[in-house]
Design a binder for this molecule. Structure first.
Ligand code: UT7
Length: 319
């Protein structure tokens, strides 16, 4: 496991200078105190740093990788993909490499990809890198989004093994009919493809979120993914040592702890320091937990991601 987060800290008090908000509102409604923002770092540079740390932690070289999957909604370019840049920089000469996008569920979806390739015998070593430079698509005049999102990268190496531990179950779903609730445009719209109107929307690429609609969606989606991942692993909620959820809102993390009767310490939280880094949030948590010595062999972790698409999913992993 490995992570990279930029040095620069965007604090709530700095945001108070930019938009009509307050530290009190942000902390009460989200649990966020500060988030990291890339200043000079590109997406691939953050991804590379996290990937190098994960490879070093896994004690394997880039040459041993068979597959590089990068999840991101903010690639530096559509082609080459971030994964191909990493393939070159890591000297991964035997690896196939591609980017995928499942927004905030990206890490969990990419973990399912890694699991599938490994179990099909198509790959031995897979690196999943989740990286987001959300500051490049955040409108810093929109208080409903700019207080939430941050930048960073996290990476995990999955390796084939005869042991029974590893990825015990996965469960992924999507709810495309709610896609409009979390929108960021791709190609610049200069001409409406339907009406033919020529409209250049300079804010087309910016994230727009119907926050309370997404919040309502998570109330069912997150427990649904947790219940089904547990069921597929034949485990109960109390069998899990750590719940590592997408860091979207402290209130969602508390809701999960309450619903499953968990001690609050079992639900890992770092949203206070990093904000919502979309797909990068879960592997940033994992790398931080590993560095703090919280992860032990034999422990079971439940990861759950949810967000843009809308998408959601969960997996149970035994260390
Ligand atoms: O990562 C992808 C997945 N994303 C999520 O899971 C996000 C889920 N949603 C959320 O976390 C929450 O909905 C938010 C944190 C985004 C918003 O919290 P909320 O409690 O749902 O607030 P709201 O959108 O219902 O807004 C409540 C009020 C509104 O004012 P009025 O209409 O009641 O007068 C907003 O205009 O708060 C206002 N507001 C703000 N006030 C101060 C919205 N943003 C801000 C702000 N500072 N930054």
């Amino acid at each position: 496991m490995g992570a990279y987060t930029p040095e620069y800290r965007l604090t709530n008090s700095r945001l108070e200078e930019l938009v009509d908000t307050s530290d009190e509102w942000i902390v009460k409604r989200t649990g966020i105190h500060e988030r990291r923002i890339a200043q000079n770092e590109t997406t691939w540079q953050m991804a590379l740093s996290a990937a190098e740390k994960a490879l070093s932690d896994a004690k394997i070289s880039g040459e041993e990788l068979d597959l590089i999957v990068v999840s991101t909604v903010t690639p530096d370019s559509y082609t080459p993909t971030v994964a191909c840049v990493l393939q070159d920089k890591l000297g991964a000469k035997h690896a196939m490499a591609y980017d995928m996008n499942a927004a905030c569920s990206g890490f969990v979806y990419a973990t399912d990809i890694a699991d599938s390739y490994i179990k099909a015998g198509k790959a031995k070593n897979v690196i999943v890198v989740s990286v987001e430079r959300l500051s490049s698509i955040v409108d810093y005049t929109d208080r409903s989004t700019c207080v939430i999102f941050g930048d960073g990268a996290g990476a995990v190496v999955y390796t084939a093994s005869e042991e029974k531990s590893g990825i015990l179950s996965t469960y992924m779903r999507a709810e495309g009919s709610l896609g409009h609730c979390l929108f960021a445009g791709a190609l610049p719209v200069e001409q409406d493809p339907i009406t033919g109107d020529r409209t250049i929307d300079s804010k087309h690429r910016f994230l727009k979120m119907a926050g309370s609609d997404v919040f309502r969606f998570t109330a069912n989606a997150v427990p649904d993914s947790i219940d089904n991942a547990l069921k597929r692993a034949d485990l109960n909620a109390s069998d899990i040592d750590w719940y590592v959820l997408h860091q979207a809102n402290l209130r969602i993390l508390k809701m999960v702890a309450e619903r499953y009767g968990l001690q609050k310490e079992k639900v890992y939280v770092n949203i206070d320091r990093f904000g919502n880094t979309s797909s990068a949030s879960i592997p940033i948590c994992l790398a931080e937990m590993k560095e703090k010595g919280l992860l032990k062999s034999g422990q079971k972790i439940l990861i759950s991601g949810f967000g843009g698409g809308l998408t959601y999913g969960a997996a149970v992993i035994e260390l």
